[in-house]
Ligand binder design. Sequence first.
Ligand code: MTE
Length: 317
Amino acid sequence: MLIRRAPDLKSSEITTESQYLNRREWIASMGALGAVTAFPSIAKALGASPQGQDPKPIGTPMGLQPNDTPTPWADVTGYNNFYEFGTGKEDPAENARAFKPLPWTVRVEGMVNKPADYQLEDFLKPHKVEDRIYRMRCVEAWSMVIPWRGIQLSDVLKRAEPTSSAKFVEMTTLFDPRRMPGQNSRVLDWPYVEGLRLDEAMHPLTMLATGVYGRTLPNQNGAPLRLVVPWKYGFKGVKSIVRIRLVDRQPRNTWNLSAPEEYGFYSNVNPEVDHPRWSQASERRIGEFRRRPTLMFNGYADQVASLYSGMDLRKNY
Ligand code: MTE
């Protein structure tokens, strides 16, 4: 992902993790001098909270390890993958600033008894909103701990009443190159699409997030609605969703279409199956220097391993 060489993707456009870290160290030293607060525009550009203070991480810790602490707001909202707003890690925070996520329509369709177009408020209204702190692992071998706010995808699906033919769920990002300038480049096949098997989608850990740190989801994190599946690599977490479709065949997913030998449909976090170009055995938590061992299913094995019993997880990567 990070070092993919698309014909129109200049490597100079991509912020690497080390560039980002150098910048963060510089910010930390400036912060020590009070410079970030003295120059609010710097703080803003770097993803500091709009109120100038880091919000408190709220939510029920789920599947966290003893040494897991929430990743700072500035990293959660300042180091992003959202190619609709650029391929560098700091591009989404910068380029999505003008994006207006509301009003927003979500269509639920396909193999359901109750297809509908919902305004976001009506889509969310009947469902319980929860704050949950999850471990998140990117396929690029970095990780974060994020306090999400959202609803369970299972509640949305039950409301739509899937028919007995429905076996998978496909979710699609908005396609609007005027509002999402990255879609004017051919770096990916737009719109971004992801999918889950129906039992994965119905799992109680699977969320549709509407917020982070107890606040409305920032644009760069996928406003107003994005998928969160904590035992899978981050690319499953499709952002700015406009369509949820129940289908009977495994949906195509964007990164698999782009590089099938590198990114599978399942994308389960698995320290034993390396990416063809790098190891998945360990990861770096954003904000730390040491590496940590990567955990099977990102630490959620007790809850999800049974979904894959009998499957060859080397083949189904
Ligand atoms: N969704 C869309 N529409 N476009 C993207 O480029 N990137 C994915 C995923 N969802 C992406 C997307 C990847 S690779 C990751 S790691 C996560 O979003 C990052 O989510 P975050 O920026 O909120 O941490």
